[in-house]
Design a protein around this ligand. Sequence first.
Ligand code: ZN
Ligand code: ZN
Length: 220
Amino acid sequence: MTNGTSANSQRGTSMSCAVCGAPGEKSRDYCAICGFTDVSDGKRKWHRTVEAWAYEDLQKTLDEDESLLGVTRGRIAGSWRRKLTLNPQTFLSPFVNVGLTENRLILQQIHQANGRAASDKVTAFPIHQIVSLSVSDADPMETGRSVRLNVILSNGESFRLRSAGRLAEGAKELFEVWESVALRAAASTAPAITCPHCNREMDRPHKFCPFCGTAQGGSE
Ligand SMILES: [Zn+2]
Ligand SMILES: [Zn+2]
């Protein structure tokens, strides 16, 4: 066997990750997407670097007062994926970082060969646009090894993200945080308070309506 450059592409496809299917690079001994390295003692081993990359690359896209409450990454599928493919630079990569903050869920495409973000540009969904977010086992034969994060948006679009190994743990943690984030978001969009006299919406309960000055009853 020669080691010429013409062999690279063939070898590249044959080296794809056994867990997530991402194409491998010869210089690296772990998958740049899911971190899978090898199996020893019958257990799969995962490289932590990919988690650090996900965290780091998402961090760069946050607003000043925003912080990451949950992070995972994996292969995306579902109706929403088509939109991602509009960017020709990342056309071939079905892999994304997913980050949850107090206000939004962020999707960031990553290069499938090196695991790093395609750009600092992200797609983000405000929390109130998310109708449902859940996790389920993606592989019933091996519980917990890989999970599917299922997201349904209020406009009917949806996507699924399949994550493996330590990133499957990340997806489960993201889901747990999501429950409290969603609760807080729901509380903050509680039914509006309106003045019974002028019907205008008030930002909070007032003794007197800030618009028409009418005393607001019922406060005891
Ligand atoms: Zn992988
Ligand atoms: Zn009023």
